[in-house]
Design a protein around this ligand. Structure first.
Ligand code: ARG
Length: 469
């Protein structure tokens, strides 16, 4: 399976520990081999080979007895790998040749018939697609679990008032539930992107062979169906050259990781001694070795950072793929480690965020006090001037601004201004204005679809619960 005589391969292997002391051969082996990482594709590789062998027999291309020997042998190899301790060989380069070489040892001559009408080019494209497809499903499952945790928070706190921010400045009161539901929406789009990518990637490259198809009478529809694909890919060049499925997965992962990073940043801020909006559980915080008062939100900080490597992987693979002529080039072997690392990072991030959200406790009193400060109901006052006095909004905005300036000067909040002070700003103002200056009334009044009113939040929670059921 290698062009080198066995003795030479063995010699190179023997020198392996010697830091390339064996010279160019060992260096070539080191740069060429992918077995160090693509052994992760062993289950997909064996599934692809089983489908291929069964199809070859059904088409009369190989004998049924050979296909049966191959099937049994592949199952043996699979269980050997799964048991651990399988002796992967760098000289055999990649997972495809490692599996086939072991199959030869186990079943002998029929193993040589497996690679009929196939190439490692369509083989690796198939294996990798199967792997990424599984990860897309896992991502959706991880996202759904996180959404459920957020829904529980939203349901409990549908009417807990907290400050809503723009520019990280207090803007208007919102509800805890509303804030949680914002992330449910974002994650819903993330799940949609993974599902969408999965639908598009679910075509089978197997049977494209090296690049041009094959002269054997294969049945690509049969192998596609056996592997759970919707159909075979329609162009053999595209089939072996395409890595869009990996790029789409990485792109979806990057956007999702960016969402997690934003939420993580909020948790870092909210859990600080200055904010105290939430308490993260001990399980997701650490103490300091020197400062006993500290509770560090390590998990949140790491989640905030994971976008770095996930987006890094995305950029790396785009850069590998750009400018590659059709069809297969060895450059494409550089696809896997990026995707493996990004997928692992994303799954861990989703699990960690789910745990943090399940465990965290909102500090209701602090949230409420914060919502009541910073003139958060200034917009409610302006809206009231429009509704009750018929002022144009621009003028209402101006009157409100002068009242905010007055309160600021006095060091008090809007509800603490006297009616006389209010009327000095606009004579039409009545006692009724005080009803809109409270934070509960403020959030309750925001009944527009998608607004922060507790009823609206509860309606969205119910809608999502049904969708996720
Ligand atoms: N290890 C290779 C990869 O990951 C498999 C395909 C090799 N094909 C070839 N013609 N050398 O891309």
């Amino acid at each position: 399976m290698t062009d080198k005589p066995e003795s030479e391969t063995k010699a190179a292997n023997a020198m392996w520990g010697g830091r390339f002391a064996a010279g160019p051969d060992a260096i070539m082996e080191a740069i060429n081999a992918s077995i160090g990482f693509d052994q992760r594709l062993h289950a997909q590789d064996i599934a692809g080979s089983r489908a291929h062998a069964a199809m070859l027999a059904a088409q009369g291309i190989i004998a049924s007895s050979d296909a049966e020997a191959i099937r049994k042998g592949l199952l043996t190899v699979l269980s050997e790998i799964e048991a651990g301790g399988f002796a992967f060989s760098t000289a055999l380069e990649d997972i495809h040749m490692n599996v086939e070489a072991r199959l030869k040892e186990v079943i002998g001559e029929p193993a040589g018939r497996l690679h009929t009408a196939r190439s490692r080019n369509d083989q690796v494209a198939t294996d990798f697609r199967l792997w990424v497809r599984e990860q897309a499903d896992a991502a959706v499952a991880g996202i759904t679990a996180l959404q459920r945790a957020l829904l529980a928070q939203a349901e409990a706190g549908a009417d807990w008032v907290m400050p809503g921010f723009t520019h990280l400045q207090t803007a208007q009161p919102v509800t805890w539930g509303h804030h949680m539901m914002a992330y449910v929406e974002m994650l819903g789009r993330d799940a949609g992107r993974f599902r969408d990518a999965r639908t598009r990637m679910n075509e089978c490259p197997l049977g494209a062979a090296a690049l041009a198809g094959t002269s054997f009478p294969i049945d690509r529809h049969a192998t596609a169906a056996a592997l759970g694909f919707d159909r075979p890919m329609a162009n053999s060049l595209d089939a072996v050259a395409d890595r869009d499925f990996a790029l789409e997965f990485l792109s979806a992962a990057s956007i999702c990781a960016m969402h997690l990073s934003r939420f993580a940043e909020e948790l870092v801020i909210w859990s600080s001694a200055q904010f105290r909006f939430v308490r993260l559980s001990d399980r997701f915080s650490t103490g300091s070795s020197i400062m006993p008062q500290k509770r560090n939100p390590d998990a949140a900080e790491l989640l905030r950072a994971k976008i770095g490597r996930i987006l890094g992987a995305t950029v790396a693979l785009f850069t590998v793929m750009k400018g590659l002529p059709l069809a297969y080039s060895k450059d494409m072997q550089e696809d896997k480690e990026q995707v493996f690392d990004a997928a692992d990072s994303l799954m861990l991030s989703l699990a960690a965020m789910t745990g943090m959200v399940q465990d965290m406790t909102a500090n209701r009193e602090v949230l409420r006090a914060a919502a009541s400060s910073g003139f958060s109901t200034a917009t409610d006052l302006a809206d009231w001037l429009v509704r009750a006095l018929g002022l144009p909004f621009r003028e209402a905005h101006h009157v409100t601004g002068s009242l905010v300036a007055l309160a600021e000067g006095k060091g008090c909040d809007l509800p603490e201004l006297t009616l006389a002070e209010m009327q000095a700003a606009h004579p039409g103002i009545t006692q009724e204005v005080y009803s809109v200056l409270g934070v509960d009334n403020s959030v309750r009044s925001r009944q527009s679809y998608g607004g922060t009113a507790p009823d609206q939040v509860r309606a969205q929670v119910a809608r999502w619960k049904e969708m996720l059921a």
